[in-house]
Design a protein around this ligand. Structure first.
Ligand SMILES: Cc1cc2nc3c(=O)[nH]c(=O)nc-3n(C[C@H](O)[C@H](O)[C@H](O)COP(=O)(O)OP(=O)(O)OC[C@H]3O[C@@H](n4cnc5c(N)ncnc54)[C@H](O)[C@@H]3O)c2cc1C
Ligand SMILES: Cc1cc2nc3c(=O)[nH]c(=O)nc-3n(C[C@H](O)[C@H](O)[C@H](O)COP(=O)(O)O)c2cc1C
Length: 606
């Protein structure tokens, strides 16, 4: 009989050589569907996949949004789904639940074998309604339940609920699909290897640390994580003000410009914000792991799929992809124990992982609010590798905020009112929330029009770089309509051709007619194969006008790709050389001083 904790790792261990043969002939396909809003259910589904593969099952994780009625009835399906609102499904599970409850024909799931784990919070009146609904309706439609419904309670210890259910799941699946022989063979192999080897968690992904040049030669990995398949959009912070009058608590009023994002909202909606991890924590973690933030990594499994987009730098992975501030899971702490050199630290970590006494984990990790960095600080003998860390930590999740503006009053921006989580814990440690501190330090964009509408502006944009410039032109047009005097405004816009991608042409023509724009210069790069024309060429051709305007106090706005912005800056240096007989150094200094003085502004991306 295996001790309890070893049994846990037994399931994590890949099948031995003999077992692999057995598994190869008997691999059972299991589909794990997740319904998740803030990522917990998806993480659980991915954990089942990771462990399932190691147990010899062919496991596929599927976003419930992509369910396929035609394949369900012949499947072995596990549903891992959360409940929201008034007992409602998550956004990605809505259609499926609607189909299951109201549209499916009787017996339409005959042939399906299923198990359900629901995620909920017992503080809510409709506790775990969605898990319960899926469980009962699958049975109603003829499917066979292979394991009783599991319920995770986020008000208590949902990780532990899931771990316990998962242990039972593997036992049930082994018995149900008669893959006991895999277990038997593993047991034989097991006697030949040490306890340490049994506990050693094999890597699912292969990690390569490479030079930037080599990284560029790798194909882009395919990450199936919903954060990568439905990527977030970048938004500009146009206002970031303190609302509280006291100094010990901070509440921020944040305004997010929607004009670049393609997003619209309705009053009462939420916005999900994906923060960066604290850069100081990221730096400390990299140092502790002994890796350089600028190194490039490639983390993929045999199917070239990865837990996040690769190749990327260590900086990107630690800053944007893994959750370094969340509560470490018990299995991760057990892993740290294994990596501890000092025997006292090892024992202490094993106790914290709390397989025997769950209260230690509750007190030390949950109530003590310790994250991975706290543990690495407090247990200096732990030798953790970057590979272990990246594989073990869940994805950094977006945080939800109620939009505090009305969509009819502020259609162009979504406002967020966020209380900054920054507390001193009883023993003196500081706990900082990831997203609220990220929001607090976001800078308002400096890409703003001068206060006086008479100040000339020179706007230069290529492609979608026109977006913020369009906003500026609209703003100036409104100023003019209400009687404000405008300065001499220049728009230099570049795209491929006047017939293909000359966006907002009608509006631009109108601005020229109503004198919002005094001078328009267009650069079409593919209209004349003999001579490609770019915005920087138009800048240089109009040196005299532009330099005159700059000397009258004009502000310059450049928006588009970083390479375009570089060329435009060089063109302005040329303008001063052409018209004012300056040396290159003098002209560069002048452009630099315009930037420093806030009159040469760029909104660029690579
Ligand atoms: C639908 C919805 C709407 C929301 N709307 C808003 C809103 O309008 N405004 C707003 O401010 N928030 C809102 N929230 C909460 C928000 O999503 C974040 O959870 C919150 O801002 C904290 O995020 P964070 O990344 O800064 O903190 P995190 O890094 O996520 O840390 C917060 C976690 O740490 C725990 N914690 C916090 N302080 C301590 C402490 N001293 N000791 C121990 N544990 C601690 C909390 O329980 C929480 O689990 C909303 C949440 C939801 C689900
Ligand atoms: C706004 C909100 C509403 C919720 N409503 C319910 C509910 O009605 N019933 C319930 O059991 N749990 C409810 N929960 C708890 C979630 O289901 C639980 O936290 C779950 O772990 C979230 O999983 P996810 O991260 O995969 O979205 C709610 C949580 C939030 C944040």
């Amino acid at each position: 009989m295996l001790p309890h904790s070893l049994a846990q790792f037994f399931h994590l261990r890949p099948a031995g050589p003999g077992a692999l043969l057995t598994a190869a002939t008997e691999q059972v396909r299991i589909d794990v569907y997740f319904g998740s809003q803030t990522g917990t259910a998806e993480e659980f589904a991915l954990t089942i996949q990771k462990e399932g593969k190691m147990n010899g099952f062919d496991v596929k994780v599927i976003d419930l949004q992509s369910y396929d009625v035609d394949t369900l009835d012949s499947s072995n399906s596990i549903f891992v789904t959360a409940t929201y609102g008034e007992g409602d499904p998550t956004d990605n599970a809505k259609e499926f639940v609607e189909w299951l409850v109201h549209k499916a024909d009787p017996d339409s799931l005959k042939g399906m074998q299923f198990a359900v784990f629901g995620l909920g919070n017992s503080q809510y009146e409709n506790y775990n309604t969605v898990g319960k609904t899926i469980d009962s309706h699958c049975e109603r439609l003829g499917a066979t339940r292979i394991m009783e419904l599991g319920l995770g309670d986020d008000d208590k210890d949902i990780q532990q609920d899931f771990e316990e259910w998962k242990e039972k799941l593997w036992r049930t699946l082994h018995a149900h699909f008669d893959v006991d022989r895999v277990k038997e063979k593993c047991k034989t192999v097991e006697t030949e290897i040490s306890r340490k080897d049994i506990r050693e968690k094999e890597h699912k992904y292969k990690l390569e640390v490479v030079s930037e040049r080599t990284a560029m030669e790798f194909p882009q990995s395919s990450s199936v994580h919903s954060l990568d398949t439905n990527p977030m959009v970048n938004m500009t912070v146009t206002c970031n003000d303190e609302l509280n009058k006291c100094t010990d608590r901070s509440c921020r009023h944040i305004e997010l410009a929607l004009n670049n994002s393609g997003l619209v909202y309705e009053t009462g909606d939420h916005v999900a914000i994906l923060p960066d991890n604290d850069p100081h924590d990221v730096e400390e973690l990299a140092q502790r792991l002994g890796v350089s933030l600028s190194s490039w990594i490639y983390l993929v499994d045999d199917d070239s799929s990865s837990p996040f987009p690769c190749p990327c730098t260590v900086q990107k992975a630690l800053c944007n992809y893994v959750d370094i501030n969340g509560m470490p899971k018990r299995s991760f702490i057990e892993h740290l124990a294994m990596k501890a050199i000092d025997s006292n630290e090892k024992r202490r970590l094993e106790t914290i992982a709390g397989r025997d006494d769950a209260s230690v984990y509750q007190q030390y990790i949950c109530e003590g609010r310790r994250n991975v960095l706290d543990l690495l600080r407090e247990f200096p003998s732990v030798k953790l590798s970057l590979h272990d860390l990246l594989e073990s930590l869940p994805r950094l999740q977006p945080r939800f905020y109620s939009i505090s503006s009305g969509s009819n009053t502020h259609p162009e921006s979504a406002h967020v009112t966020a209380v900054v989580v920054d507390d001193i814990l009883p023993e003196g440690r500081r706990f900082k929330g990831v997203c609220t501190n990220f929001l607090k330090q976001t800078k308002e964009t400096t890409f703003k029009l001068p206060n006086d509408s008479r100040t000339p502006v020179i706007m230069i944009g290529a492609g979608t770089g026109l977006a913020p410039l369009r906003g500026m032109c609209q703003h100036l047009e409104t100023c003019s309509a209400r009687g404000d005097e405008l300065g001499h405004n220049v728009l230099i816009f570049g795209c491929r051709s006047s017939k293909q991608d000359y966006i907002y042409e009608d509006e631009i023509n109108r601005w020229c007619q109503n004198k919002t724009i005094s001078s328009l210069f267009l650069a079409f790069s593919r209209e004349n194969p003999q001579q490609k024309v770019y915005v920087q060429n138009r800048v240089r051709e109009n040196s005299q006008l532009l330099v005159d305007l700059i000397e009258k106090g004009a502000y310059i706005y450049v928006c588009g790709s970083t390479s375009m912005a570089k060329e435009v800056k060089r063109a302005f240096v040329g303008c001063f050389q052409d018209t004012r007989q300056m040396s290159t150094v003098e002209a560069e200094d002048l452009v630099h001083s315009l930037s420093k003085g806030g009159r040469y502004l760029q909104d660029v991306w690579s």
